[in-house]
Design a protein. Structure first.
Length: 135
């Protein structure tokens, strides 16, 4: 919907990642953890194969146009029971890297907290989510 609205307003949107459907719809890099996103922002290959996508995250973030970065990571960290302090360090490093790559270009960063899980075996992540969101 955002892409359609943007086109009507004369804007274009670059998408990094993949859109995958299955038990639930996935956006970005299904299965990637915070540390994988940090690797991708740094030009690494840490998560480039997640969901069959080819990662060019750093290049996309560095574009010359104004940018809206939707930074919604952590669900896979919670599902895997990753310690919240370690997750947060990677999360913050990713935010800092994205803003450094953007430099002085117009940038809006939407950092999203993790919602409760209501489907399948991943409900176990709910015990970790409050500690992530409280950071």
């Amino acid at each position: 919907k955002l892409k359609t609205w943007g086109a009507e307003q004369g804007h274009t949107f670059e998408w990094t990642g993949t859109w995958k459907t299955g038990e639930v719809a996935h956006m970005g890099y299904p299965g990637a953890k915070a540390e994988d996103i940090v690797s991708l922002l740094g030009g690494g290959t840490g998560g480039e194969t997640f969901g069959g996508s080819k990662g060019k995250m750093g290049e996309t973030v560095a574009c010359e146009k104004s940018a809206i970065i939707i930074y919604f990571i952590g669900m896979n960290d919670a599902i895997n029971g990753r310690e919240s302090g370690r997750f947060f360090r990677d999360w913050k490093q990713g935010v800092d890297m994205a803003l450094k790559i953007r430099g002085k270009k117009d940038t809006y960063l939407l950092a999203v907290t993790i919602p409760p899980v209501s489907y399948g075996v991943n409900k176990k992540a709910n015990r970790f989510i409050p500690s992530y969101n409280d950071l």
